[in-house]
Design a protein around this ligand. Structure first.
Ligand SMILES: [Zn+2]
Length: 324
């Protein structure tokens, strides 16, 4: 049996795993990523957790061919610098230099959203499909595009920032500095911003949304919004309807260009339930070019959860995963 080492680096956790050639994770460990710590400390933790998962199944670095890593942002092949990782406040970091001090293995590093998408296409919701798009609806919006079962990432791997496709002309300020990005409306934070806008503007004070947060609007959570929505609260209905419409319009742009066979939703908001998913599918038919005539790809939930990022990272060097 051949083994692969994958590490998924997020703003909250570092999740490492040893993955078999059948995409089974035989050893895994997750530790806090330590946002706020120095690059040296975070890279040390990345190395430690990766070596621990190998040791747990009696392996060492000599038993794997490379170290696959999924990270926010990606390395610019011209400068060899990690461009921009918001969660750590990193800009143009020589991450490969830091990492190579800890290993003799070749390092294969790719954007975390693309790794999760690749994991889902290999072993999850996309495994029976050739062309797929995944959107992760978490703190931000990430994702990836799969064409012919390979990752499409554009020139110098700098494309496919799906969350920063424009949704609203001169809309909300996004974390990236641009205005009106999909991220600013369809992330968990975007949903909360929509809710806060509505709550501050409405004269109706009888929505249960006020009760669940005890009037402390800034403490409102995505889960609370969907819980109240499930109880048929009128204001929550208005907020979720807006959210679904933004998401459908954002996805319709991607469908119009790429026509995937399937769209996979991951991230916290994707767990809002079957009614939510049904709404998204229905709205997409209305909002997509020729949606009624030729149909739209089905939108499904991701299957692998956090494992997708580990599997995708682990398999980055197994066979050429990229469209070159
Ligand atoms: Zn943006």
């Amino acid at each position: 049996m051949k083994y692969y080492l994958g590490l998924d680096v997020g703003g909250t956790n570092l999740a490492a795993g040893v993955v078999t050639e059948d995409y089974e994770i035989v050893s895994r460990k997750s530790v806090p990523s330590g946002a706020g710590k120095s690059v040296v400390e975070i890279v040390q933790a990345m190395s430690d957790v990766s070596k621990e998962v190998l040791a747990e199944v009696g392996l060492t670095e000599a038993d794997v061919d490379y170290w696959g890593i999924g990270m926010p942002s990606c390395v610019n092949p011209k400068t060899k610098l990690l461009v921009h990782a918001n969660c750590f406040g990193w800009r143009n970091i020589p991450i490969l230099d830091y990492l190579s001090r800890h290993t003799r293995l070749p390092i294969v590093l790719e954007n975390d959203g693309r790794c999760a998408t690749y994991g889902e296409i290999l072993a999850g919701a996309g495994k029976d499909y050739i062309n797929a798009i995944m959107l992760t609806l978490g703190t931000g919006v990430g994702g990836g595009i799969i064409l012919n079962r390979k990752i499409y990432s554009g020139a110098d791997h700098m494309g496919c920032e799906l969350g920063h496709t424009k949704l609203i002309y001169n809309g909300r300020l996004c974390t990236c500095g641009q205005y009106g990005c999909m991220d600013a409306y369809c992330s968990a934070r975007g949903l909360l911003d929509t809710a806060l806008d509505e709550l501050r503007e409405t004269k109706e004070k009888n929505s249960q949304l006020w009760e669940v947060c005890n009037g402390e609007l800034n403490s409102l959570t995505v889960r609370q919004i969907f819980d109240v929505w499930n109880q048929k609260d009128a204001l929550a209905e208005k907020i979720v309807t807006q959210y679904v419409d933004h998401l459908a319009v954002g996805m319709s742009t991607l469908i119009t260009i790429f026509r995937p066979e399937i769209i996979i939703l991951g991230g916290g908001v994707s767990n809002a339930g079957d009614d939510f998913l049904w709404r998204v599918n229905e709205r997409l038919k209305v909002r997509t070019f020729a949606g009624e005539e030729i149909g739209v790809p089905q939108v499904v939930r991701a299957k692998l959860g956090n494992d997708a990022g580990i599997i995708g990272a682990a398999m980055l060097g197994a066979k050429q995963p990229f469209i070159l």
